[in-house]
Design a binder for this molecule. Structure first.
Ligand SMILES: NC(=O)c1ccc[n+]([C@@H]2O[C@H](COP(=O)([O-])OP(=O)(O)OC[C@H]3O[C@@H](n4cnc5c(N)ncnc54)[C@H](OP(=O)(O)O)[C@@H]3O)[C@@H](O)[C@H]2O)c1
Length: 235
């Protein structure tokens, strides 16, 4: 049975799967989509501590995006459910380096595992579920991963990881586009979260509201890299 909620108008609510939703932009995505009546599946590493998600009344599932077994377990659990929008949001910044610097191998590996390998595995794990809805896969990238516009070497592990993520997104758009899945990379702007810090220019509310407008246009924006206003960013 299709377990998606029915709205007041009797129509089937769309299902949004938000990966990494317990704080920052992921939490804001959950808040806004739930407020608009979507069926929200919000994942986090420690569901027992996800008090804000619980308060919203959304479905909460456990997921560590850096671990293959955790991804497999969630994909198995959700296999029967069509997903309209998958938002691959979880990410880490890694070493706050300035210029080209060496770093502990494990620090670099964690950034690449979380920001690149995790999204690649998630893409494969949920391809069938999103294809069932001819839905969208959205990946939180960063302008810092744009090679064409790069003007600084700060945060080099993060930059390299988001450039690599962009390659995953482009490859996914080529493969999954044939199955009706719309795929895009999004830069949220510079946002006041734990990662963005207090000097950032946007609130999570503003950033996510903008990104949701861009996601609504997914069918026209397939295979591209956009910011929170819908402006195209060169790869
Ligand atoms: N904020 C900005 O200005 C900005 C700019 C450009 C791009 N972005 C991108 O936007 C996305 C969200 O950023 P944010 O600002 O909301 O960051 P944030 O406040 O640091 O939150 C990061 C989120 O990712 C989750 N996460 C990290 N590693 C995970 C893992 N292995 N498994 C599952 N969840 C994991 C965290 O969960 P825990 O609580 O369990 O750690 C948290 O929910 C990221 O991909 C980031 O690169 C942000």
């Amino acid at each position: 049975m299709d377990s998606r909620l029915r709205g007041n108008d009797g129509k089937m609510a769309k299902t949004v799967l938000i990966l990494g939703a317990n704080r920052g932009l992921g939490l804001e995505f959950a808040k806004q989509y739930a407020g608009d009546g979507f069926d929200v599946i919000a994942t986090c590493r420690r569901p027992a501590e996800a008090t804000e998600l619980r308060r919203m009344g959304v479905r909460i599932e456990a997921l560590d995006t850096s671990t293959a077994s955790s991804i497999d377990a969630l994909a198995k659990k959700l296999a029967a459910e069509p997903i309209d929008v998958m938002i691959c949001n979880a990410g880490v910044y890694g070493p706050r380096s300035d210029g080209l610097t060496d770093m502990p191998t494990e620090d670099f590996d964690l950034v690449m595992r979380t920001n690149v390998l995790g999204p690649l595995r998630l893409t494969m794990a949920f391809a069938d579920s999103v294809a069932k809805s001819r839905g969208a896969m959205v990946f939180l990238s960063s302008r810092m991963g744009s090679i064409a516009t790069m003007s600084s070497a700060s945060g080099i592990a993060y930059r390299a990881s988001k450039a690599a993520l962009n390659a995953v997104v482009k490859a996914a758009s080529l493969e999954l586009g044939k199955r009706g899945v719309r795929v895009m990379a999004l830069h949220p702007g510079w946002v006041r979260t734990d990662m963005g810090g207090p000097s950032a220019t946007l609130t999570p509310t503003e950033s996510v509201a903008g990104m949701r407008h861009v996601i609504e246009k997914a069918s026209d924006l397939h295979g591209g890299f956009y910011d929170n206003t819908g402006a195209s960013i060169p790869w």
